[in-house]
Design a protein around this ligand. Structure first.
Ligand code: AMP
Length: 364
């Protein structure tokens, strides 16, 4: 396995907070970062050695980027697959185009999970209002959720169908995009596995994390999730199978619903993120290796770091919009680890920073 040594340059497609935290982690290992993003005010630019402001489709700029960097990765799953293919013909790109293509489409993700023996909500592809009527006529149960297959995040591109009469409005909300109808899952909790696969196939997962959302945006993550050990081990095993199947290199997250069934928890795969993930931010202070360092290690062909905990538990609270105005209070709090993303405008719903805290006891 050839590793890119300290002094090498990692190219990162995407310049948001994830790119910023990846660049910071790379710097600690003596690696340089070059960020490629279309937005002139990308938060990652401030902490990287160099950057390019260009569209993901700009082949002349991509060709230059490929000359400047030794290996490339991405912090954002809506990078066009064609961009990753263009770069892959010139330099290693990790994770590869196969993983990205799978994770960009909810049908592929759910089909793969089923193929590997994991449970998911029932689902059906919907490409027109006629498809939706047809599937509902054939008995697809409501309540259900109609989602665009691609480009959805934080609950965007989703519409609930509580009764048959909601179908037309739900389809209109999809704006004619290829969609997926999912049965509504009565979950008691949402959890995620954040894990990494190295170039040589070594796999390491962080402790399973429980995630609480508010207004469709992650509010709080806590690890280890209070789950029976067999359920947590099964979630990790599913994540490992998915990573192997996709020849994955790097950090990724699998989100699950926890569904109570006769006193036992059952796991339903919801979706996959082919990148570092908000529900893994607690690892920056709560684990021996952060998810960002772990991703850089994998991408650079280094051995993975230890995923052990620094305390019995850890929590992460997102600072959304105006929450960031409390920064002085958080900065003064003993034991609070404050992370600011360097974004100028605290728009409502925008992720501006987060705070991590170590927990003296395992979460119950
Ligand atoms: P997603 O974009 O698929 O992660 O969905 C965003 C949120 O909507 C999830 O975190 C759940 O809280 C909720 N949700 C999505 N799909 C379902 C489903 N099939 N059943 C129940 N709730 C869902």
């Amino acid at each position: 396995m050839t590793a890119f040594p300290p002094g090498s340059t990692i190219g990162i497609l995407g310049g948001g907070q994830l790119g910023r935290m990846l660049a910071l982690a790379a710097g600690r290992l003596g690696l340089k970062s070059h960020i490629y993003a279309p937005e002139a005010d990308s938060p990652a630019f401030d902490v990287a050695a160099s950057h390019t402001i260009a569209a993901y489709e700009d082949e002349a700029q991509l060709a230059k980027f490929a000359k400047w960097v030794d290996v490339a990765t991405y912090e954002f799953e809506n990078i066009p697959v064609s961009t990753v293919e263009f770069l892959s013909a010139r330099i290693p790109v990790r994770p590869g185009a196969k993983a990205l293509a799978c994770a960009q489409d909810r049908m592929n993700e759910k089909s793969l999970a089923r193929e590997l023996g994991a449970m998911t909500a029932d689902f059906s592809a919907i490409d027109s209002f006629a498809d939706l009527e047809n599937v509902l006529d054939k008995g697809f149960a409501v309540p259900s959720v109609l989602k665009t297959r691609r480009l959805g995040y934080d609950g965007k591109g989703q519409a609930k169908i509580l009764a048959r009469a909601d179908a037309e409005a739900a389809w209109t909300a999809m704006r004619d995009q290829p969609s997926i109808l999912e049965s509504f899952v009565n979950f008691r909790a949402e959890v995620s596995v954040v894990a990494a696969r190295a170039l040589d196939g070594t796999f390491k997962a962080f402790d399973v994390t429980e995630n609480e959302h508010r207004n469709h945006i992650l509010h709080r993550s806590v690890a280890p999730a209070p789950l029976n050990a067999d359920v947590a081990a099964e979630a990790v095993a599913i994540a490992e199978k998915i990573a192997e199947k996709l020849d994955y290199v790097g950090v990724f997250a699998i989100e699950f619903f926890i569904v109570p069934d006769n006193g036992h928890d059952r796991l339903f795969v919801n979706e996959m993120a082919p990148r570092v993930h908000n529900s893994g931010h607690w690892t920056m202070d709560g684990a021996l290796t952060s998810q960002f360092e772990q991703h850089i290690r994998a991408v650079a062909g280094w051995p993975l770091g230890s995923t052990g905990l620094n305390a019995p538990g850890a929590e992460m609270i997102n600072l959304i919009g105006d929450d960031i105005l409390t920064w002085e209070k958080i900065a003064a709090e003993p034991g609070a680890f404050f992370h600011h993303y360097g974004k100028k405008d605290a728009r409502p719903g925008r992720k501006m920073g987060h705070v991590n805290r170590l927990l003296p006891k395992k979460p119950a």
